[in-house]
Design a protein around this ligand. Structure first.
Ligand code: NG6
Ligand code: CA
Length: 504
């Protein structure tokens, strides 16, 4: 006969099995600066991406998948908070010593999932600031991810063209020797401090604009730092380290539902993939970094297979903004481009409110639950908070996730399910430029010219572009034929809707 204790253990095991089946693990893989046309399943031929292509083959590949901004910090802010970044000041591209941008107490995707019983981790690039009012590099780096819903983090604090090149694990710089403190600042610490200007001939990769301050690993960066010699990493080892850490964390948390935000640094500058990937494509280091990104995706999938979690894990693959070629270093991206179309059929790229800025690869896979296919529904990274909360029957508080829509059925590729009926697109948030897509139409508001109009597909907007332009995306994916004069009422309706969203 079963003892009472054995009965309870057996019953709780059944319960936890049911629990696990109801709540899939969730992995969000966010690539950095990866454009719509940069991977095989979206049309690239100059670079092979078998693992990302396999995700697409086994899941849903979205042709209208978006990130919410065309630069990193605002997209990541919106991913985690479910709120458009323009609603909060200070959410533009974060400088090296930025304080925490998401305040403790904010409703966040990881906090919601944690409340729903998930273990949560972010491994990779953060770029949302640490500390208050500034990072205490030699002490406790808080607030940070652990104060807004993550149980664990292993981070690159900003982005790798900015200092410092150290990992932050939970609240501390990893391997920091107190006898060799880390100093980070905006001014050179001494007159003889080597920089990309004073020691340009020693660099292993030259800079093209900006990026000429402190040198580490033969590459000059944005910002200055000294110390922390034992804590510093090599750019070449970032991807390996994060894959290894993710593997270990998933294994340690295999019994509970987990949420892993894997924030790859590929293919952001400086593009220095591991030596084993260098030279793998005709596109130079930009293409080689795509190969490294694809390898990471494959390794994460292998871990799920090894842990027998593939059927119980939803993977969402996306990017934080569209593509850029020369983003500050002479790495051959422009010279070796050939016929490759980083933004696919779209105009614009990183920094732009044209489609290339935010329409990016977006793939969901959940084997056994998601029917493989291609979806034209509009889905956006800002929707993951509400949709993943809905997946777990977690109620959204009224005070948060203001722009996140529950479009879970569309994200899971269910037949007949609708995605967003409207989407606001922003750049870095300081230009006043915005896009609004509703159905097949798109309004572009240009307040300022400049990089926002950078066109990686080599098509350019006319110099005298009007403040508002209206495009019909199916006929004109490159946004080159302004139809606002032919459709004044529709244009006005879009302008009013955009104003309403911006002032809500
Ligand atoms: C820009 C940098 C660019 C990149 C970007 C942030 C210069 C001239 N340009 O200011 O190199 O770092 O910020 O990229 O410094 S992001 O993907 O993290 O948003
Ligand atoms: Ca980016």
């Amino acid at each position: 006969m079963l003892s009472i204790r054995t009965f309870f253990i057996a019953a709780s095991l059944c319960l936890s099995a049911a629990f696990a089946a109801d709540k899939p693990n969730i992995i969000v893989i966010m690539a950095d600066d990866l454009g719509y046309g940069d991977v095989g399943c979206y049309g690239a031929t100059a670079v092979q991406t078998p693992n990302i292509d396999r995700l697409a083959k086994e899941g849903v590949r979205f042709t209208s998948g978006y990130c919410s901004a065309s630069t990193c910090t605002p997209t990541r802010f919106s991913l985690l908070t479910g709120t458009y970044a323009f609603r909060q000041k200070g959410t533009g591209i974060a400088p090296p010593a930025a304080p925490a941008i998401i305040q403790p107490g904010t409703v966040t995707l990881p906090a919601l999932l944690k409340k729903g019983g998930y273990k949560t981790a972010v491994i990779g690039k953060w770029h949302l600031g640490l500390g208050d009012p500034e990072p205490d590099w030699n002490g406790e780096l808080k607030p940070g991810p652990l104060e807004i819903g993550f149980d664990h983090c292993l981070l690159l604090p900003t982005t790798n063209d900015r200092v410092p090149q150290v990992y932050v694990e939970d609240h501390r710089v990893l391997n920091l020797d107190p006898k060799d403190p880390l100093w980070v600042g905006n001014q050179a610490p001494s007159e003889d401090h080597p920089t990309g200007i004073t020691h340009r001939d020693t660099l292993k990769m030259d800079w093209s604009h900006g990026h000429n301050q402190t040198i580490h690993n033969g590459i000059s960066r944005i910002g200055f730092y000294t110390g922390a010699s034992a804590a510093r990493f090599r750019d070449e080892d970032l991807a390996d380290r994060w894959v290894k850490a993710s593997d270990a964390w998933m294994e340690a948390n295999r019994e509970s539902p987990f949420f892993l935000y894997f924030a790859s640094h590929d293919i952001h500058v400086p593009r220095i993939p591991h030596e084993r990937f260098q030279g793998k494509t005709s596109l130079g280091l930009r293409g080689d970094s795509i190969v490294q990104l694809d390898w990471c995706v494959g390794e994460l999938m292998k871990t799920l297979d090894r842990l027998k979690l593939t059927e119980n894990t939803l993977i969402i693959f996306c990017s934080d903004n569209g593509p850029v070629l020369d983003d500050g270093y002479k790495d051959g991206a422009v010279e070796k481009l050939g016929d490759h179309q980083p933004a696919g059929p779209f105009s614009g790229g990183k920094y732009s409110v044209l489609e290339g800025g935010t329409r990016t690869p977006f793939i969901t896979r959940w084997r056994g639950r998601i029917q493989p296919g291609v979806s034209d529904e509009v889905v956006c990274t800002v929707d993951l908070a509400a949709s993943l909360a809905a997946l777990n029957d977690i109620a959204l508080p009224e005070t948060g996730c203001l722009d996140s829509l529950n479009i879970l059925p569309a994200i899971l590729g269910e037949a007949g399910a609708k995605g967003r009926d409207h989407l606001l697109q922003q750049d870095n948030g300081v230009s006043g430029n915005f896009g609004l897509r509703m159905g097949d139409w798109k309004l572009v508001r240009m307040k300022k010219k400049g990089k926002t109009q950078a066109v990686v597909t080599r098509k350019s907007r006319p110099e005298n572009a009007p403040v508002h332009a209206l495009y019909h995306l199916p006929d004109d994916p490159s946004e080159s034929k302004d139809l606002s004069a032919q459709h004044p009422e529709k244009t006005q309706q879009f302008i009013e809707r955009m104003d309403a969203i911006l002032s809500a």
